[in-house]
Design a binder for this molecule. Sequence first.
Ligand SMILES: [Zn+2]
Length: 148
Amino acid sequence: MNNQEAIETEIHKAFNNSKDFSDESFHSAIWNASTVILNGLEVQVVIDAKNELYISYGTAGFVDFKTIPEGMKLPVKCWIHTHPFGAAYFSGTDWRTVNIWQPLMKEAYVLGGEDHFGHWNNQEPNVLCIHKDGLYTLQHQYKGDEEE
Ligand SMILES: [Zn+2]
């Protein structure tokens, strides 16, 4: 089994248990794919309107979500990607992605470890709610700030 097949198997299995993209065990499977199976590559999962998963991976800073994959049904329910170095926040690239997709994407998660993730929704598009160890902080988008 190659890496793509291995992570597809792991992530689909977890998703099929609950069909809930906010589920902790689903996020754990994505985190495990990113940090154990791929040994620290970034994983991205897009859940479309029909609950189909689009899974890809790459090196750090990778966001391969500029074009709509074939067959994807809009609006996107959720975009999830990992920061395998262990810090959940939105980079400049991540903000640009949610800014572009905001009309057609309901929620997003960035995963930074066990019990550590950022959650975004398109009703409050300039805020990322970062959860860590049961507490949370807010990251605000300041437009014009080009810092990565
Ligand atoms: Zn990111």
